[in-house]
Design a protein around this ligand. Structure first.
Ligand SMILES: [Zn+2]
Length: 208
């Protein structure tokens, strides 16, 4: 297999990328100046050594220092963030979008997936064990005041929320924290990962 076909095959492993899109990327790279390719190679080289998963929110992050023992991402590490609010999300992209609005200062937890309706073992699909542990330890430190669900308004989103809610309600001391949802107007038809500042601010303000 030649280099362009090999590269196209690799691009096809990305979520949502089919053969045509993959080829388009390859042709783009063939056309581009070498400076862009060098930047790309350098960024990939860095990721190779530094891609880590945060032990608190479970998002993947890059760590510039290959020798560091850092286990938390910059958001979870940031002591100026409000530790009393925990937002539960499906994926990293949603978290990035909310961070970009600059209007949320609490912490996050990424479930990693959504539970399809009628699933027999939802615990194998989302990070429910990790979330339970996280809530448990935050409650012990008396830090947690509110858990906000920021999940899509779809069958999958609702099934996930019901399951998570049911499970965390069994945690000792959970009654000290309020459970809330981003206002529904937000995600009807619009995905959280594309949310803008005003829409998010309003959904957050009107959470219920
Ligand atoms: Zn984190």
């Amino acid at each position: 297999m030649n280099a362009t076909d090999r590269l196209a095959e690799l691009f096809m492993r990305f979520p949502g990328i089919g053969p045509k899109q993959a080829k388009r990327f390859v042709y783009y790279l063939l056309r581009e100046h070498s400076h862009f390719k060098e930047q790309l190679i350098k960024a990939l080289e860095e990721l190779k050594f530094t891609g880590k998963q945060c032990e608190m929110c479970f998002r993947y992050f890059g760590d510039k220092n290959p020798n560091s023992t850092k286990t938390m991402c910059s958001i979870c590490e940031d002591e100026t963030r409000d530790r009393s609010i925990l937002m539960v999300l499906e994926k990293e992209l949603d978290m990035d979008a909310i961070e970009k609005t600059g209007s949320y200062t609490g912490l996050y937890f990424i479930l990693g997936n959504l539970v399809p309706p009628l699933t027999e073992k939802p615990s194998e699909i989302i990070r429910i064990r990790e979330l339970t542990l996280r809530i448990h330890s935050t409650l012990e430190k008396d830090e947690l005041k509110e858990i906000i669900f920021a999940l899509p308004v779809t069958d999958y989103g609702d099934t996930t929320k019901e399951y998570v809610e049911k499970t965390i309600k069994q945690i000792v001391g959970i009654e000290k924290a309020k459970l809330s949802n981003l206002a529904r107007g937000l995600s009807s038809g619009l995905e959280l990962e594309y949310v803008d500042r005003n829409t998010f601010a309003s959904a957050f303000e009107h959470r219920n």
